[in-house]
Design a binder for this molecule. Sequence first.
Ligand SMILES: [Fe+2]
Ligand SMILES: [Fe+2]
Length: 303
Amino acid sequence: MLDRYSYQSVVTASEVIHWRIEDIIGGDKRLDFAKPFMPEAFARVEELSFLDHEEKLVLNQIRGNAYLSIFGLVEEFILPFVLDQARPHLSGDDYRVRALLQFAGEEAKHIQLFKRFRQEFEEGFGTYCPVIGPPEAIASAILAHDPLGVALTTLHIEWMVQRHYVDSVKDDKDLDPQFKSLLKHHWLEEVQHAKLDTLMVESLAAGRKEEQIMEGVEEYLAIGGFIDGGLKTQVELDLDSFERAVGRELKDEQREEFRRKQLQANRWTYLGTGMTHEKVLATLEWLSPAAREKVESISPAFF
Ligand SMILES: [Fe+2]
Ligand SMILES: [Fe+2]
């Protein structure tokens, strides 16, 4: 049974949570580069035994920078997608209009927050760490897919953010408190987005036959494949950033191990944790038991 959400309760909840960028970054709120940014469940730097303690910290922070930058990147497709869903029904349910515009406004704020973070990271880290892009190209490639596939991708991303914070960030006392605070504030607003995504999937699936539902699910998987290609590129970028940051070149076999293990770490971070999220699976099952089965048959590749 799918949880019931309403546009009205989402509007009410998001009015209470609202925070400003200026209140959470800048001034005395600085990143502490002596501490890790990412939980080990996602960074998986300990598996790379040929790195020393300092080098593991450097890689962890490179992954942290990529993490927030990749969220900024995906939110650049979520923002126009949500506006597209709002526009045809502007004279319909007032709470629906307000909830979706609030959603879009929050994503615009998150994009700005992540850009602001990136600036501060670049100033403090000392080595330029590129991230896949450009955002507009990635957004148009994703938005070219069936809207149901795009809505399922958005649902996946936003439940995944919930899981990351609750399971791995909230109680990790070793992480930099400032980085953690950015994740916490993002998470607080994303809870409402994940509920709205569920409602968007329901409305986009309404009236579709089983076959058309499965087409939407295939499109969701195709977007996942596209993101996976991006993650492979990101691992190469991270490897290069890492070698420049620590000032040494890894041996060929170490590079291979870095690529292999970091690709799986990235896959688990951005794909596996979303595809196996119980709420994502519940929505898939509500669409069609075959949709859930299909995704569950593929997700082990991303553990
Ligand atoms: Fe966001
Ligand atoms: Fe969001």
